[in-house]
Design a binder for this molecule. Structure first.
Ligand code: AMP
Length: 284
């Protein structure tokens, strides 16, 4: 695997690996502390594209909580090992100046509409502006054919789709959303899980249990009773629940009544101590 720290080197590396002009480039942007969830995106790229590029960059502009940024796990040696084992071709490892040469005070603003007012947008002010800033910069550097994203960050996938429209790249780039990889007990793999001890990890499985409870009772209980899933979270030590939302899958708007016509997604964000975890499950 080639490791590039600059956009210039990255371009040269992609050119050197391209066997012809039609060779396709798959891109998996990450913030590192890699796990099998990230690796499943690399594997999907191996299936679909000729060249696989992964980036690791802990993007400061998407953290609304300084402590969360400072405590974000960094495991670069292990990440390189996992990527090499998986068959990734290029790791892009830029520093702050490479991504934000003009500094952090000249960020672009994107009109994301209601998408940044709801769910993660509501509880993490400015988060999606930071995501769009970094993703636009990374896309302009890597210029991939397919962008691989995880369903675990479902709202982020929708925001990035919107960004691609804003960039007018719909015809240049396609997005592939990969299902969430879970630990044996259902806990969604996440870099933030590295901040949990074994007991906390066991307790954290309550998020998946809550999602399953809602999924299994979806057509049999009224909405208010489905929201009783919060008791499962409370019993396992989740002391702050940002949201348990039942939304339409196509627009992420919360439903007031469950109808069989639309497809739904249930999304949860909650704190186990200082660690904020998110997860979701598709119904239908
Ligand atoms: P992150 O490093 O958390 O920014 O994630 C990088 C990419 O990996 C994003 O597209 C995430 O949605 C995706 N991802 C994170 N966790 C998982 C998981 N458990 N399964 C599949 N994809 C994931």
């Amino acid at each position: 695997m080639i490791i590039c720290k600059t956009a210039e080197l990255l371009h040269q590396s992609i050119i050197s690996l391209k066997k012809n002009d039609n060779a396709t480039v798959g891109f998996v942007p990450t913030m590192g502390a890699l796990h099998q969830g990230h690796i499943s995106l690399i594997e999907a790229s191996i299936q679909k594209t000729d060249i696989i590029v992964c980036s690791i960059f802990v993007n400061p502009t998407q953290f609304n909580d300084v402590k969360d940024f400072e405590k974000y796990p960094i495991t670069i040696e292990q990440d390189i090992y996992l990527l090499e084992q998986a068959g990734c071709n290029i790791l892009f490892l830029p520093n702050l100046e490479e991504i934000y040469p003009e500094g952090l005070n000249k960020l672009k603003h994107y009109d994301l509409g209601y998408l940044e007012e709801i769910l993660e947008g509501k509880y993490r002010k400015g988060h999606f502006q930071g995501v769009c800033n970094v993703v636009e910069r990374l896309l302009n550097i890597v210029k991939p054919t397919i962008l691989f994203l995880g369903q675990k960050d479902y709202q982020q996938c929708m925001v990035i789709k919107k960004l691609i429209e804003i960039m007018n790249w719909q015809n240049k780039l396609s997005i592939k959303i990969i299902p969430t990889k879970r630990e044996l007990r259902g806990l969604a793999m996440s870099s933030r899980n590295k901040r949990l001890n074994e007991t906390e990890k066991e307790n954290a499985t309550a998020i998946y249990k809550s999602l399953e409870y809602i999924k299994n009772n979806f057509y049999y209980k009224p909405l208010t009773q489905l929201k009783d899933a919060k008791n499962i979270l409370n019993k396992s030590g989740f002391d702050k629940i940002d949201y348990i939302s039942i939304c339409r899958v196509d627009n992420l708007l919360e439903v007031e009544k469950i109808g069989k016509k639309n497809k739904h997604i249930v999304l949860i964000a909650a704190f186990l101590g200082e660690v904020r975890l998110i997860d979701n499950i598709l119904i239908d």
